[in-house]
Design a protein around this ligand. Sequence first.
Ligand SMILES: N[C@@H](CCC(=O)N[C@@H](CS)C(=O)NCC(=O)O)C(=O)O
Length: 214
Amino acid sequence: MKLYHYVHCPFCIRVRMALGLLNIEFDSIVLPYNDEETPKKLTGVKMLPIFTFKDTLSSNESLEIIEKIDERNILQMEKLQSEERKSVEDLLSKLGNDVHSLCMPYWIWTPEFDNTSRAYFQQKKELKRGSFNKLIQNKAQFLENFSKNLEALIPQIEKFYKSDSLTIFDIMIASHIWGMYIFPEYQFPKAVHDYLQRVKAECRFDYHIDFWKD
Ligand SMILES: N[C@@H](CCC(=O)N[C@@H](CS)C(=O)NCC(=O)O)C(=O)O
């Protein structure tokens, strides 16, 4: 089994967390962000994560991939059909927007990127969000927004999201905000940090593992 992914990408992190939780071994292939050829050859579009099983294409949609690998439904995937999904997705789209504006200018300096992939990423993302310099200048506003939206999450956290056991919602939430660990001078509120660390432990998640491979 092979997972093609980007280290910083929340949708890719979803799949890594699920694979860890389910204790499934896989070949981890971190693609350079400027590699258009590999994903297009596999699925026709440049979008990761892509998961392949014995060289047969499985999927390039994170939740579809998780549905396939979670054969015993440990993650309670039926939750995705519930009313609650909409409120989770709404929260994630608000949080995700600020996470991306805050973290993109810093993600590009992690070992995931080289000069070429960094330039490609920056050019593509600046078309949508404006210059990375401006994003950094406006960080106070993004941080304020992010913290305000995160407040809404805190009362929902029991051991996990509205639950004593980890579900697909926890994977969606944790992967979406994980990137903030890389943002300089930011600290999650303790309740959120402890929650993320519980998800990390259950999922045996190691954000940095691919940085240190040969
Ligand atoms: N719906 C997809 C979304 C995946 C997605 O948006 N991937 C982004 C990275 S975070 C991507 O591959 N973007 C390619 C690009 O912008 O070049 C999923 O859940 O897997």
